[in-house]
Design a protein around this ligand. Sequence first.
Ligand code: NAD
Length: 492
Amino acid sequence: MSALKKSPRSHLQIVTATETPAPVMRLAFEAQAPQALRLRESTAAERIALIKKLRTAMLARREEFYVAFAQDMRKSKAEVEGAEFMPVLDEMRHAIGSLKRWMKPQSVTPVITSVGSKAQIQMQPRGRVLIIAPWNYPLNQCFCPLISAIAAGNTVILKPSEMTPTVSKLMGVIIAEVFDATQVAYFEGGQATSTALLALPFDHIFFTGSPAVGKLVMAAAAKHLTSITLELGGKSPTIVDETADTKLAAENLIWGKFINSGQTCIAPDHIYVHAKVKAKFIKACQAALTKYYGAPAKRMSNADLTHIVNTRHTQRLSDLLSDAQKRGARIIVGGQVDIAECMVAPTLLDGVNADMRIMQEEIFGPVLPIVEFSDINKVIAQINANPKPLALYVYSSNEARAAQIIAQTSSGGACVNQCMMHNVQGNLPFGGVNNSGIGSTHGYHGFKAFSHERSVLTAGRLRLEKLFAPPYTAMRFKLIKQIVDTMRLPAL
Ligand code: NAD
């Protein structure tokens, strides 16, 4: 066990990050330039060896991570295992097992105009990349993109969130153990560090965080025409229709909402429930809360509930609740807030409306508004009137209805009779759409995000362009026209 001790109250303070001086980061960025060129020719075996080294170093500090997570946000060991280590290990396993195949140039079939030549897509590293991460799943959100970036052959500058300093420190120790700084450099800090990094001409920026900061990242990237992946957030709606299995839906949604105390980008934000099953569903939600977290009176001290990351966010949630109550919302269960302890009881809210801040802002905490509906078309219209969410969940026994809801709405990802699990299906692209993000990650999609898909055409003996060269005699014109006319033939 390391020197990291569980200090029970240290997480309660808003952390003032020690910012890294801009010149230090510029030097590190410049030092990565030769390595980025060398990595263009690195093999799958070299990249896999680094990922394995990272895995060994991370697992060697498993116990220290338990302590660090407890210190920063009182995350239980079970959630550290299931929501931090598991996705990272799975991302590693996926890359280790598939990288050789992902790196193989893909030949594409010829089209009429390329007959006689060979055409390939070659996955080339983007070069020097920047990864900026949030605090809610700090290890997962730092290491998963790092694995994809390494798999794709890039150098990386990684900046974790300033809000989980103990976990960030530990990750920094591991990065320094595993990587030479010319391949992966790690800088802690907050807004100033981020802003200074964003001024550098990276080849790609992978940002995970809020839509508001995502816009700043995109504007900074535009200065250098740097490509970006933005993994953002938003209000992910859930629909429970009148045909749904209410017990299954409630147990699944209460799990999805309250794991990490709702501080999950794809947590069900609010639930539209059909009037016919609303009472039954609420009862099932109450039963699920008791099953997972015991009697209401004991929930504020339940060790399985992660705390809110700091007092500022606890106050934000308290303000959202007060605003909703002032405007007529009713607390079904929960509602207790302890700012000093960074704790909010699992809360179900009824009687919410669109004027309340809680229905306008991403909640990102353990408060679940339940909205009654009787016309599914109105719910679809409401979802379509809002910014496109990161996820959307439908609970229904009517397959056609579920398919209709998915077809008539848009979101980064979606699940039917399930929530959040699309995130751990490593063969699905994970990401948002417009306000909830740009681009995607995980498995091959993560490798692709950090690669440039380079088109390489190698000429053969037959050279079609000769037919298109001047002088444009009448004969030549007739020939060109005949070739152009072949474009009307059906595709092969
Ligand atoms: P945030 O946007 O406040 O911060 C993210 C990162 O940006 C941090 O490293 C922070 O230091 C940095 N940052 C903050 N302000 C900045 C500024 N003005 N300029 C430059 N950099 C700045 O987000 P957060 O509070 O850390 O995380 C919560 C948000 O992240 C939620 O919206 C959540 O939905 C989203 N999120 C999305 C995903 C996903 O995969 N799509 C995953 C986790 C979290």
